[in-house]
Design a protein around this ligand. Sequence first.
Ligand code: NAG
Ligand code: NAG
Ligand code: NAG
Ligand code: ZN
Length: 492
Amino acid sequence: MKASVTSLAVLFAASCLATSELTLDKIENDIKTSELRNNLWHFQKIARENGGNRAFGLPGYKASLDYVYERAAIRFGKEIDTRIQPFNHTFEQTRKIEVRGPDGKPVYAITLLYNPATPVDGVTAELVNVPVDDKNGSGCLPEHWVGIDANGKLPLVKRGVCAIAEKLKLARKAGAVGVILYNQTPGTDYGSATLSADNIGQLVPVGLIPLEVANSWIPRLTAGEKLTSFLLVDSIFETRESWNLIAETKEGDPNNVVMLGAHLDSVQAGPGINDDGSGTTALLEIMGSFKKYKGFKNKVRFLFAGAEESGLVGSLYYTKSLSEAEADKIRFYFNYDMIGSPAPFYRIYQSQNPGDVHGASTLLEYLTSKGKPAEIAGFGTSSDYVGFLNLGIPSSGLFTGAGAPQDPCYHLKCDTLENIDWEALTVNAKAAARVAAKFALSLDGVPPRNKTMATPNLRGRANLLEQFERWARVEKVAEESHSCSHHKAVMV
Ligand SMILES: *[C@@H]1O[C@H](CO)[C@@H](O)[C@H](O)[C@H]1NC(C)=O
Ligand SMILES: *[C@@H]1O[C@H](CO)[C@@H](O)[C@H](O)[C@H]1NC(C)=O
Ligand SMILES: *[C@@H]1O[C@H](CO)[C@@H](O)[C@H](O)[C@H]1NC(C)=O
Ligand SMILES: [Zn+2]
């Protein structure tokens, strides 16, 4: 009697365990295109109902956060722990931009993030052509400004080669009142960029116009004709609060954490469905799969980062805030930013840190087995992995390309549901799910955090702290220049 009760109990326990045991195949099969699409449909709806975007400091971001919170904290609350991490950053929004040509007529112009304001009535000034050096760019080096009388004028500068902020700093030093920047390629379907909050107080206002328009002015300028232009930038700067959402499985060892990150914000220009709805929906579905299983060894943590498009602000805040001991517990970081580009390549990140290969090789094997032309590539400096690399945490991730031809809608209004290759998104989400499951089951062979920072990207914790000191300084400058422009408004 006793024996049979025991064996029944064992049987019951065994069958229970069997249905909830995590395997790589089960988690892979849980990832469905229809569900990946469903989340993206909601993100597009959120953008549509909130001024067309889900950007830092604006209501579409908060609605996106609420969507993920409802999933993680409410629906998955029994198996997932969720916390919200608030942070502040300087927000900028250009309320109006106007460029007029020598004939006084408005020309097509777009703004850049953190564009300083002109006086309220704008500036009218003489145009001065800054020559184009194909090798070193237009206006990129101090030498490019030698012999150009830009004082009190509007230099005409070509985009490209160096950061736009560098051109605007040099223009300011040369006494310019603003810059008319023209695009490198024809047409008007070009994207914006960030001038970065770091540069607040060091730049002149800018309007970005089409190549064709500049090309109609340049011959007249080089022939010695005097042409004037008009620039108006009406922008506001203020500190706004934003949030990271961090969710993790209750299951698994808190001292050995596998981490997956995607950014939850978009640019102000569009809904951000590929950038980075794609990574976000993958994380949501992987989290929804993990919650069904028990008995895995290591904890799995999901970072939904805020304000990435403003300069990786949320993820840098998260990594900066980790104690040395907490950073040690993060055994691997996977970055998923833009994993469904419409004409994708399949790049897998790996640095010189010897730990990276453990994640990268698993991703490579899986994608190759599915017939994808996957390739190993280095990290750049433009996504949320930067903070993790700074801490020497072994890292990898996937990237399918930004800008034409991979993603011609990069940072544009057309980054919608139409801007996704569903096959690429699905296979990448499955790859991400499998490697997360593999590491949840075992981190055998994965080395600890590498504290000797050897490459330029691995500059250590001091670098993270310096970044936040810079931002704290510019926050003050932004507030002061805000009151200055009010002052000017009264004086004009
Ligand atoms: C953000 O700024 C607000 C207003 O100054 C302040 O109350 C809040 O504590 C700040 N939050 C953080 C995380 O620093
Ligand atoms: C442009 O770059 C090249 C090498 O890349 C250099 O030799 C040259 O001096 C540079 N030109 C200027 C104007 O600095
Ligand atoms: C840390 O990374 C560097 C390369 O950046 C490498 O040369 C070194 O061997 C690594 N150290 C450990 C302990 O993994
Ligand atoms: Zn992105």
